[in-house]
Ligand binder design. Structure first.
Ligand code: PEP
Length: 249
């Protein structure tokens, strides 16, 4: 069985006050030990979060990394620096990185490789835009994004990823994919992974992201190929985030 993962992506939001409130709320939340939980706050909050979560099963993630070796990259943050804060996983290919910061498949692959080399878990985000969905290109886009990374990795590396299917039209819009729509794409992704290796497909966690909230999480998480959630807006509200964690148990 795949252990569900609920990961909260704070994007460029939050504060020291909120990280203290959320880590405290998680500590008192009696989280199901069969559900993995991760917080992914902005870089400036990582050290504080890492200290607060040091004795907690809640894992810490970063929103991106620079794939280069340490050196002359003003303003950037390497995997080694992230690890010092207690980071264990890192988002790669989030649609906001792809569209707002020009990260193409090659850039995403470089970040996945850098994460793997540093011993971090890459959480690879993929998903189609509304226009691509309306043009009937979901399969081509989503599987193209899977192939661009998975096709370039060694078999043992592939197993270390987590994939998040995030339809771009559902991110931050309040518009959620229906459980059936999400399940259909998740099944398609798993079938593609099975072409590489049946055991890879069986073990790979496929998260759904896109306006997952306390009131729709259970229905989405009930789907056979949805193994957790990548949560944006709702992860900034401790009660909502904890309710989603409970829904995954
Ligand atoms: C995200 O940013 O990964 C996300 C899913 O955001 P939201 O939950 O706000 O749609």
């Amino acid at each position: 069985m795949r252990t569900p993962l609920i990961a909260g992506n704070w994007k460029m939001n939050g504060s020291l006050e909120l990280i203290d409130a959320v880590t405290e709320a998680l500590a008192g939340a009696h989280l199901d030990s069969n559900v993995e939980v991760a917080l992914i706050p902005p870089f400036t909050l990582l050290m504080r979060a890492g200290q607060a979560l040091a004795d907690s099963p809640v894992r810490l993630g970063a929103q991106t990394l620079n794939p280069n070796a340490p050196g002359a990259h003003t303003g950037e943050t390497s995997a080694a620096l992230l690890k010092e804060c207690g980071v264990e996983l890192v988002l790669t290919g989030h649609s906001e990185r792809r569209t707002l910061y020009g990260e193409d498949d090659a850039a995403v692959l470089a970040r996945v490789r850098a994460a793997l080399e540093a011993g971090l878990t890459p959480l690879l985000c993929i998903g189609e835009t509304l226009e691509e969905r309306e043009d009937d290109r979901v399969e081509a886009v989503v599987l193209g994004q899977v192939d661009a990374v998975m096709g370039s990795l060694e078999p043992a590396q592939r197993e270390r990823l987590v994939i998040a299917y995030e339809p771009v039209w559902a991110i931050g819009t309040g518009r959620t994919a229906t459980p059936e729509q999400a399940q259909q794409v998740h099944a398609m992704i798993r079938a593609r992974l099975a072409e590489l290796s049946p055991s890879l497909a069986e073990g790979m966690r496929l998260l759904y992201g896109g306006s997952m909230k306390a009131d729709n999480a259970a229905e989405l998480l009930k789907q056979p190929d949805i193994d957790g959630g990548l949560i944006g807006g709702a992860s900034l509200k401790p009660d909502d985030f904890i309710a989603i964690c409970h829904a995954a148990g």
